[in-house]
Unconditional design. Structure first.
Lengths: 280, 290
């Protein structure tokens, strides 16, 4: 039986606990510190349990399956197909969560940030301040993300971040093989991010992509492993990029600084605007 | 009188409560720098060709003065010549010493702190400054300088929080940044930092006491292109929008410039190459079959 004096003491402690919880209490949030990189072998891809390219078995509509096949044919001939990374266009969602580069999660009041080592993966801001979806049409490659922290096991600590992302722009693809996202950019992505119960140095991202290029929602779980000792190396696409995009054509620049074709019999760029005396 | 059976559980609850309270109390010691911080526009600024209001030209390192020569940067004679040659090349259609920015290489320090909006994310171990596609990490966990720094355009920053006014809260972040790669510039005229990339930046970042909607970043640059350390007081103004609109800007999407080797050309809207300068030769097509 609870002694009266004890009831008062417990009530006091409950009040203090609440007062302490008025501010942001990092103790209530999971430890996602450190540097996270994909845990599987092989190239970054949407579903890490399957091979890339056709092996992903993406549930594409017939129209977008044809688009994908044409893209693969172009890549086989030396082109880039649907992949725009040769121009250093940002990767966007969902591709930037395929382990394209090490990431850092910064959990703060009102937002969780995901920072990427690669400059081609824009910073993600996942707003957890209870806001509604914005009314404007500002779209970005990373999209607009709203999240909710969940205490899924009832231990009075948050362990799962549920996220929904909308308002993306393109062009975007799922992976380097060029699996396409619909050109209407109406993609909706839902994620559940949580630490592995058996190994807290593994973080899972259970992702569901809803897109008009797909016949059904495409679900895959990505996993990342933690490096406690961080080393951030700048990864700038333009730094060692020897691709040159001129209009719709992709060329390369040789080590000696000369323009080169990327496909057999590719015509040179149109030089009509250069002085005739200067043309070779 | 407290029942003995409850002493144990109450002690545990008390300890956890104290810990939770201590966590929150520690977080509360740091200043509130949330939101979007826009570039300060000095009085008397006029629209530049790009539409931005400035004292002259594009936004500059010393916000109170025009860009380029107007900065009156304490350059050595050698680097004053680099600036003059850059300005001359730009006047004839080239990019001068700003070539790498024109091909969408990262701006790096200090140019990355010029435009805004900036976002500061303060945690006890690190303060992050998010600037477009770049993120500065200012480590405040008490670490020493690493024996070898992986060079980067943003540099490696170590900071220390200071309670300057003795009120029990932190109000000043002192930062030192080293470990650069380059080339980097102060502004888009190509106002140069030394090509040896030995720059050191020292910053004091704090809210203005009289107006907490103004954030100061007092920057001192120590660089071999300069005859002496160069200090400016950069200011940022807090956006009144409680939910800032973080727009994406992708250099490669908006650029009409194409770099082939050491030459920069212009790409017309129809995708056809054009010279950027008078009498500029076209790219060498040796590798294309006739």
């Amino acid at each position: 039986m609870l002694y009266r004096g004890s009831i008062g003491a417990i009530a006091l402690l409950a009040w203090v606990a609440t007062a302490g919880a008025q501010g942001f209490d990092p103790g209530k949030y999971p430890d996602w510190s450190g540097q996270w990189d994909k845990s599987d072998a092989g190239p970054p891809r949407y579903d890490p349990t399957k091979p890339s390219g056709r092996g992903q078995q993406a549930p594409l509509t017939p129209e977008y399956q044809a688009n994908f096949e044409a893209n693969l044919a172009d890549q086989a001939a030396g082109g880039q197909g649907n992949d725009t990374t040769y121009k250093c266009i940002p990767l966007g969602m969902p591709r930037q969560m395929t382990g394209v580069s090490p990431m850092e999660f910064v959990v703060s009041p009102g937002a969780t940030y995901i920072l990427f080592e690669s400059a081609m993966a824009p910073t993600r801001r996942i707003y957890t301040d209870g806001r509604d979806w914005p009314n404007d049409d500002n779209s970005t490659f990373a999209g607009y993300s709203i999240g909710h922290w969940i205490d899924s096991d009832g231990r009075n600590r948050y362990d799962t971040l549920e996220v929904e992302t909308r308002n993306m722009r393109g062009p975007r693809v799922f992976d380097p093989s060029g699996i396409p996202v619909h050109a209407d950019n109406q993609t909706v992505i839902k994620e559940r991010l949580f630490l592995d119960k058996a190994n807290p140095d593994i973080l899972h991202d259970e992702m569901t992509t809803i897109d008009h290029a797909l016949t059904r929602p495409w679900v895959a779980t990505k996993s990342y492993k933690r490096q406690r000792k961080e080393l951030w190396v700048e990864n700038n696409c333009n730094e060692n990029n020897n691709h040159v995009a001129a209009g719709k054509q992709d060329y390369m620049v040789s080590a000696d600084g000369y323009l080169m074709p990327v496909k057999k019999d590719q015509p040179p760029p149109d030089l009509r605007y250069f002085s005739p005396a200067r043309k070779q | 009188m407290l029942c003995r059976k409850l002493i144990g559980p109450i002690t545990v609850v008390a300890a956890l409560t104290v810990a939770a309270g201590a966590h929150a109390a520690e977080i509360a010691r740091y200043p509130d720098w949330k939101g979007a911080w826009e570039r300060y526009v000095p009085p008397g600024s006029t629209p530049s060709p790009s539409g931005l209001l400035t004292p002259g030209g594009q936004p500059s390192f010393d916000q109170t003065k025009p860009w380029g020569r107007g900065q009156q940067a304490p350059l050595t004679p050698e680097y004053q010549k680099v600036l003059e040659e850059s300005i001359a090349d730009q006047a004839s259609g080239g990019q001068g010493n700003n070539f790498d920015r024109a091909r969408c290489m990262p701006t790096g320090m200090p140019h990355n702190m010029t435009f805004g909006p900036l976002e500061f994310v303060v945690t006890p171990d690190t303060t992050y400054i998010l600037i477009g596609t770049q993120a500065r990490r200012i480590f405040t966990d008490g670490r020493d300088w690493p024996k070898a720094i992986e060079p980067s355009y943003v540099g490696y920053s170590i900071g220390k929080w200071i309670d300057e006014d003795g009120h029990g809260d932190y109000d000043l972040l002192e930062v030192e940044t080293r470990g650069f790669k380059g080339p980097r510039v102060f502004d888009a005229t190509g106002l140069p930092l030394h090509f040896d990339n030995q720059s050191i930046f020292k910053e004091r970042i704090y809210l203005e006491k009289a107006n907490p909607n103004v954030l100061h970043d007092q920057v001192t640059v120590i660089d071999h292109a300069l005859t002496r350390p160069w200090t400016v007081d950069k200011r940022y103004v807090h956006s009144s929008n409680p939910r800032p609109d973080w727009r994406e800007s992708s250099c490669v999407e908006g650029t009409g410039l194409v770099a082939i080797g050491k030459e920069m050309y212009v790409l017309r809207g129809d995708g056809v190459l054009m010279p950027a300068k008078k009498d500029q030769p076209p790219p060498d097509l040796t590798y294309f079959k006739k």
